[in-house]
Design a protein around this ligand. Sequence first.
Ligand SMILES: [Zn+2]
Ligand SMILES: [Zn+2]
Length: 352
Amino acid sequence: MRIADLQLLPIGGVDAETLGDLAEGLRSLGVQATLLSPVEPPAAARDAGRGQYRAAVLLEEARRLTDARVLAVTDLDIYTNGLNFVFGLADSPGRAALVSLHRLRPGADRDLLRLRSLKEAVHELGHTLGLGHCPNPRCVMHFSNSLDEVDRKGVAFCAGCGEAVDRALPAAVRPNLLVSCPWRAHGRARGEVLRILRRLGDPRPVVARTAVPGLLAAQTTLDPRAVTRELGALLARDPLVLQHTLKWVPVDLWTSADPQSLQEAVRRLRERIRPGERWRLTVERRRYTRHHTAEIIAMLAGLIQGPVDLEHPDRIVRVDIVGSDAAVSVLAPGDIVSAGKPAPPAGPGQPG
Ligand SMILES: [Zn+2]
Ligand SMILES: [Zn+2]
């Protein structure tokens, strides 16, 4: 389901193990979820007469607490008008969803609870993408109001619903900026990236952690090179613009991190080095053990013509290997911004 920017919001006390299992399950389906700090339910959510909580009020609270795509998770017993209880609720289409574990727990050990909560989470996320209920009882978008119905359906979308998901999530979900930060500062770093992208004119930037500690991936509708250029100019005037992030790198394309795909990517991008320009190849290898950096450089450098200049290149062919994926770009030195090293507007600059 390739959602890069989901936030998980625990409301009213949810045990860490169950939340962790849910985040892990979502990740296995391509949904990258970051965990927000737990919050208490607003007083207005409680219906004292029924001893239950109003799902719509909890959903509203989730919407209020973040402006990102959010899945609120609760152990409270929730209901909506006309139903004794619900497993979840979502904006459809929209960005906020809610699931309750309360009615999923009976008879469930950890594995079954993990599976049930994942189904209901995917179901509600499907609603946020605009999907309605599906008549196919095996499809995750089938409406369930009993545990039997939950257990009968799968985690997957049927073919028709899967197509609807693909239509709702266009291919442009690949990040076009990589931003590094100190290992323990992801939250603050993410806030800084969001702030800067909004300041530069992107009303709805998306920033998420990658599988690599200290590395964030951002998706902006702005030209990523314009972002780093303008950020470099901001930084030259005010070195405190960057307090929680270290380096910003535009991404031209993503490919698999196997030798063949990397070589193909370099062949596609090498035209961007004009005749006579001096170049350098930089490989950042993270969470990738199949080849050493030197091997990767050796298999790629031979594909590029022209003089190499490690000190003052005109172009940097940059490969960031992030687990099994790789971001590949051909950059001018000024396209890369480092905290404490404002990028010059033109000319030979800092190495990346
Ligand atoms: Zn539903
Ligand atoms: Zn379906």
